[in-house]
Write a protein that binds this ligand. Structure first.
Ligand SMILES: [Mn+2]
Length: 182
């Protein structure tokens, strides 16, 4: 699986409040996009705390990983997190808050996230399951990218080029992260 991620801070900020996590292991490929609430240093601290937590705990069940992050982020302003794990022909997805995540291939499947903020306000966390076939493209992004209609892109192109094109067209005034995997 090829994975490309582009993440850039809000204009005028030196620290990025968005972050990502990737782990390729025998038990599957795990992809996460994290958006620390707000922007700047406090958002950066929140999202980096989540990355450090995932480095420790992401071999676990995804719901448990999010609960671990919730505990770790208590002293921060919190973050929204989407985590996908691809194992054989299945994608598992657990999300809290507004990380957009979808799969393209045989149509579009948008992954379901639950409401809440990790570290602040966590209610129900669930894992949803989606079929995965080789060649399908997984797209995940923060709310620093808006109004993206992925069907307008030729997903057979180089993923980095697609990511650059998406950022140039759909970036808004926030930290912005796009993750593409195929
Ligand atoms: Mn944001």
């Amino acid at each position: 699986m090829k994975i490309e991620i582009i993440t850039i801070p809000k204009e005028g900020e030196t620290e990025n409040g968005d972050a990502y996590f990737v782990r390729v292991a025998d038990d599957g490929t795990t992809l996460a996009v994290i958006d620390g609430i707000g922007h700047g240093a406090e958002a950066h601290l929140a999202s980096q705390t989540a990355v450090e937590c995932l480095e420790e705990c992401c071999g676990q069940d995804l719901v448990d990983a999010i609960k671990e992050c919730h505990a770790a982020l208590q002293s921060t302003r919190g973050a929204v997190i989407g985590i996908a794990r691809i194992v054989d022909e299945c994608i598992r997805f657990s999300g809290v808050g507004n990380i957009t995540a979808l799969k393209v291939g045989g149509g579009e499947s948008h992954f379901t996230s639950m409401n809440g903020i990790v570290g602040r306000n966590l209610k129900v966390v669930k894992t949803f399951f989606y079929p995965y076939s080789v060649g399908d493209v997984i797209v995940m992004h923060s709310d620093g990218i808006e109004k993206l209609d992925i069907t307008r892109y030729d997903l057979s192109h180089d993923l980095r080029d697609i990511g650059d094109a998406i950022l140039s067209k759909h970036r808004v005034d926030d930290d912005s992260t796009i993750l593409l995997a195929r």
